[in-house]
Design a protein around this ligand. Structure first.
Ligand SMILES: NC(=O)c1ccc[n+]([C@@H]2O[C@H](COP(=O)([O-])OP(=O)(O)OC[C@H]3O[C@@H](n4cnc5c(N)ncnc54)[C@H](O)[C@@H]3O)[C@@H](O)[C@H]2O)c1
Length: 337
């Protein structure tokens, strides 16, 4: 009897049609961080290949034991694509059955990467930013600059002003066109330098391409600020000793990142992983003067939990295309010799 192994294929428009919101994604990523804090996950440091200078294609496997979700994201980052008006970060997610290991879905991972990365910044802000934060600096106004602005102004409704900086004028223009109408009560200011954007800001998001040289100074960061470096690099090698708390989403993954070996101070002593703070194992912000830096380099478990939710929603809405992978009913055919 023939029994087919099939999986659901979801394109980017299908994933977007499921209606996954930022608020829902913040809840999902809070849960995946809790599971990470409980050590109820497998989330090995991501290996990658680098076909062009400063590019990557990373493999990100993840399993949330209590949630029964597992799979992998294969995600590329080619920063120069932006200059051709193409996305720099593109991904594909494969979900697998935790019973048989069979693939259950193949879906776009680009939208999920964009929304879950911003959502994790939202979780960080909830625990680590001052509640009365008024000024947000966004360095790099591409996809993450925009999504982080939307997420952080939601989590921190006290934000009155967003200072933006980018080296590419069309990116600044698109940011203004897309974000300003969504946040009519927020003042926007285009800074003429990174320093101008960072000084006096309460929350600072770094969302540029990978930075190979030191371009930021901790001296620009005021007491009480939270720094969220989403991109790789840019800070002084001694930066960790200049902050009161150093937090990472996953310390092993951060240390495994080649670039991180540049950071010479406090190398083996993070204050906490973000999941430990979300779990209440360690306090987040404890006073209004602490300078906190939180490296969230991206956990596969966020992609898996969001991918699992998207798959549930897509099935309910009848989205996607069921594709056949193989016939399970007959023995494997012998290969031509
Ligand atoms: N940690 C994570 O989980 C995670 C997830 C997604 C993306 N990222 C990283 O976040 C960063 C931004 O991703 P994105 O999808 O928004 O990319 P993007 O290409 O859409 O945006 C990057 C922006 O940075 C600007 N830029 C580049 N170099 C700059 C510089 N030196 N100074 C100022 N602006 C500069 C570009 O002009 C562009 O507007 C990338 O480094 C990416 O690898 C991290």
């Amino acid at each position: 009897m023939s029994k087919k192994l099939t999986f659901l294929y979801l394109s980017e428009p299908d994933v977007i049609k499921t209606g996954l919101t930022l608020t829902e994604t913040i809840e999902l990523c809070t849960e995946s961080l809790k599971q990470h804090g409980l050590k109820e996950v497998e989330n090995p440091p991501k290996p990658g290949v680098h076909p062009k200078e400063d590019s990557f294609i990373n493999a990100m496997p993840g399993w949330l034991k209590q949630k029964g979700v597992c799979g992998i994201k294969w995600v590329s980052g080619f920063p120069e694509n932006v200059k051709q008006r193409l996305p720099s970060i593109v991904g594909v997610i494969i979900l697998n059955s935790t019973e048989t290991g069979f693939p259950t879905a193949v879906m776009d991972g680009t939208y999920i990467t964009a929304i879950r990365t911003a959502a994790v910044s939202g979780v960080s802000a909830k625990y680590l930013a001052r509640k009365d934060s008024e000024v947000l600096a966004v360095i790099g106004t591409g996809v993450q600059g925009k999504y982080n602005t939307l997420c952080l102004t939601t989590v921190l409704p006290s934000i009155k002003k967003v200072k933006i900086f980018d080296t590419w004028a069309p990116s600044l223009q698109t940011f203004q066109d897309q974000i300003r109408p969504l946040l009519p009560n927020v003042e926007f200011e285009t800074a003429s330098s990174m320093e101008e954007a960072i000084r006096d800001s309460d929350v600072i998001v770094g969302a540029t391409a990978k930075l190979t040289e030191t371009v930021y100074s901790d001296e620009w960061v005021k007491p009480g600020a939270l720094v969220l470096p989403i991109q790789v690099g840019g800070w002084d090698p001694d930066v960790l000793s200049k902050f009161d708390k150093v937090v990472a989403d996953d310390w092993a993954q951060l240390k495994a990142q080649q670039d991180f070996s540049r950071y010479t101070s406090n190398f083996d002593t993070p204050y906490a992983e973000l999941g430990e703070i979300v779990m209440g194992k360690k306090p987040g912000r404890e006073n209004d003067q602490e300078k906190i830096i939180n490296f969230n380099k991206g956990l596969a478990v966020h992609d898996m939990i969001c991918g699992g939710r998207v798959l549930e929603k897509a099935k309910k809405q009848g989205l996607g295309v069921e594709l056949e992978l193989m016939d399970l009913g007959s023995p494997i055919p012998m290969p031509p010799v």
